[in-house]
Design a binder for this molecule. Structure first.
Ligand code: ADQ
Length: 470
């Protein structure tokens, strides 16, 4: 299809919102921007359950050039697919947590059946020339199911979370099926080179695959492209948020609470992969090892509850509240409370103000696909007086943000030393590090990420048309 742009079709577990104003997570923020610019179809789960489930009516919302199409699931579909297989099996496993991943046959069946039903319902809405871009670990089998129904157009897949090494993935009873199904996509994208390498290694070691040049990979008859596309944010937009009135009010409130003390912040969905427990231990150790910091710092952790239906997440909340309580009990004085934890969501402008009030932001996941909080923090800073980013070596963002203070999040010594260093850091060094990071964040934006992936998909489509004409 020379000249005309192909229609864009996104598939992701949750759809929208298309507006910036919501409390959307990382994925939605990047995609909404692309659809607003180019138009198309966004297909996914409504987030609701009904008796008919995936067999029920499609819900269609039209916003200008974009259609949002969603389906309900039955309670059984939602539990087996989303709660169980996606979030108790794949999420921990792909985040290297074999110790808590649960494997059971029934949810594996439901997950595949849900992928099949999504393909069944999506296929009639597709034109052969559409660019279909499937997102994340909820839909490993969707591409293969679309192919079975005769879809011949270009199919892309992007994994927002890490791809663990074959030694870990191999523990998944269905690992061979799952990775084989990924080969139905023409382009498979990852956040980092490590994730890509792990995928290629699995194909080579377990499926007799062969790495070709140009990022291509041959497995049996199939040749696909596996590449790295680190996701970004709308940096200009976020920087503007940071100077909005709402941001300023929040900045003022946080600074007011700090009362002249150095403000440390953490902002994460409440998830065990984010390393919040270890971060609290690091903060406690700062107070212990550097007693002069007692009374002169304040730590605010913002952690909205997510996936609260799952035991591991409910337990985490209890544990975090206990640790924070213990730290406050141990160190507080009549006029100083060391830390505060908040589980409510904020608008993006409010969040930008909180980041701007921070002297130090701690982003210390034990494993993270990218971590957009790190990038948002950088975009929100005042260039004249920027805060310091402490970043885990296990966050995908580390590849670009090497000018942050890089720590091993498992080592409370390392974290407490980095905190102390950050608190003492002279303005000149803060500015130097900030400018290096700012350049990356403003260069590699959400729009560029999206365009890069779509260009690579167009290239795959041209290639496969050339091959079929040969
Ligand atoms: P997440 O695991 O959700 O995303 P992250 O990239 O940090 O992690 O994005 C979280 C988003 O939620 C950020 O945009 C942040 O601003 C927002 N957020 C956090 N707390 C909030 C609060 N209290 N109120 C409002 N908003 C809040 C997954 C992967 C990541 C990957 C993204 C995108 O796990 O590694 O970076 O997808 O690909």
């Amino acid at each position: 299809m020379e000249g005309a742009e192909r229609r864009l079709v996104f598939v992701s577990n949750r759809v929208g919102p298309l507006s910036d104003e919501g409390k959307a997570g990382g994925l939605a923020v990047g995609l909404a921007d692309a659809l607003r610019r180019r138009g198309g179809l966004w297909f996914g789960w409504s987030g609701e359950s009904s008796e008919a489930g995936l067999a029920g009516d499609l819900k269609v919302e039209t916003h200008g050039n974009t259609e949002l199409v969603t389906l309900d699931m039955t309670v059984e579909e939602a539990e087996g697919f989303y709660l169980h297989y996606a979030n108790r099996t794949l999420w921990p496993l792909l985040h290297y947590r074999l110790d808590i991943a649960e494997f059971d046959r029934q949810s594996d069946r439901t997950y595949r059946a849900v992928n099949r039903s999504f393909a069944e319902r999506l296929h009639p809405l597709l034109g052969g020339q559409d660019l279909v871009w499937v997102h994340d670990y909820h839909f490993f089998y969707l591409g293969a199911e679309l192919r079975e129904r005769g879809h011949k157009g270009p199919l892309g897949f992007f994994l927002h979370i890490p791809f663990c090494p074959p030694e870990i993935l191999g523990a998944l009873p269905a690992s061979l099926d799952l990775v084989s199904a990924m080969l139905a996509y023409d382009l498979v994208g990852f956040q980092t080179d490590t994730d890509r390498r792990n995928f290629v290694s699995f194909c080579v070691e377990e499926l007799e695959g062969e790495e070709l040049d140009g990022g291509r990979l041959r497995v049996g008859e199939r040749v696909i492209r596996a590449a790295t596309f680190p996701i970004g944010i709308d940096a200009e937009g976020f920087a503007e948020f940071a100077t909005s009135e709402e941001a300023r009010e929040h900045e003022k409130m946080v600074l007011g609470m700090a009362g002249g003390r150095a403000q440390i912040v953490g902002v994460d969905r409440m998830d065990y992969s984010k390393g919040i427990i270890q971060r609290f231990r690091g903060f406690e150790q700062l107070l212990e090892d550097y007693p002069q910091t007692q009374g002169s710092v304040r730590f605010l952790q913002v952690a909205p509850v997510s996936r609260g239906e799952l035991e591991a997440y409910a337990d985490l909340r209890t544990e975090l509240e206990q640790i924070a309580g213990n730290i406050n009990g141990r160190f507080a004085t009549l006029d100083w409370t060391p830390m505060q934890i908040m589980t409510r969501g904020f608008t993006r402008r409010a969040l930008a103000g909180i980041y701007r009030a921070a002297r130090v932001c701690m982003v210390t996941p034990l494993r993270d696909g990218m971590n957009l909080v790190a990038k948002e923090f950088v975009a929100a800073q005042d260039p004249q007086d920027p805060g310091v980013l402490i970043l885990s070596r296990f966050a995908g963002a580390r590849a670009e943000l090497s000018a942050a203070l890089i720590v091993n999040p498992y080592s409370s010594d390392d974290v407490s030393r980095a905190l102390h260093y950050a608190l003492e850091m002279p303005l000149e060094e803060r500015q130097r590090r900030y400018h290096l990071m700012r350049q990356k964040v403003f260069e590699n934006t959400a729009a560029r990420w999206c365009d890069g992936f779509l260009e690579a998909m167009e290239e795959c489509a041209r290639q496969s048309r050339a091959d079929s004409e040969e």
